[in-house]
Design a protein around this ligand. Structure first.
Ligand code: GRF
Length: 198
């Protein structure tokens, strides 16, 4: 139990962080200890959610990546979860934590993803294209934005009267908050299996 230390990186509201906190309380994250929440925005509401849950928090501006690396190392972080973290990590960090950084994206990759596709823009483009199904994807982070190996996906049907706001809300509720905790649990198991096989 709780054998792996997880850092959650955030920039905003932190509803995905909350989904992880709630999953932990329900006993659904067996090996993941939510030990640190790092925000690149000082006033991110996600930081309050973390404090409420008794999780250590840090504010590190995205330009200060050396400080981010130092912080991850000194806290002996095993897995990094990007949960609405609006900054691109350097190649150095991505290499150093290969297969140990995951991200949640609010579409079915490879649709509506990559550079510039974040927040409401993703849902706006899905509606504009006229797709009938969208969803969310959890994937490993590599050097290509939204380009790493897919871990889990969940589909959400688009309704005739959906707006980008209503779609964003349903994708979060029906897909993101469901697959992010499941993916964290799965990836933790995988990290431990890989360690045991060495
Ligand atoms: C989510 O839609 C997530 O998929 C994306 O950014 C948003 C973050 O929302 N990467 P929150 O801060 O978790 O509420």
């Amino acid at each position: 139990m709780d054998r792996l230390k997880v850092a959650v990186l955030v920039s905003g509201g932190g509803t995905n962080l909350q989904a992880l906190i709630d999953a932990k309380k329900r006993g659904e994250l067996k090996e993941a200890k939510l030990s640190l929440v790092i925000s690149n925005k000082e006033n991110a509401y996600a930081l309050l959610r973390a404090k409420d849950a008794g999780i250590k928090t840090e504010f590190i501006p995205s330009k200060d990546e050396e400080a981010l690396i130092t912080c991850l190392k000194s806290n002996e972080i095993d897995l990094i979860v990007l949960a609405g973290y609006l900054a691109i990590l350097s190649q150095k960090l991505v290499k150093e934590y290969e297969n140990r950084i995951i991200n949640i994206h609010p579409s079915l990759i490879p649709s509506f993803c990559g550079k510039g596709f974040y927040g409401l823009k993703v849902h706006e483009e899905a509606l504009k294209y006229g797709v009938k199904v969208t969803g969310a994807t959890v994937h490993y982070v590599n050097e290509i934005p939204d380009g790493g190996k897919i871990i889990m996906q969940k589909a959400v049907y688009i309704k005739e009267d959906d707006t980008k706001e209503s779609l964003q809300k349903r994708v979060m509720e029906e897909a993101e908050w469901v697959i992010l905790p499941k993916s964290v649990d799965l990836v933790c198991e995988k990290i431990l299996q890989d360690r045991e096989s060495i």
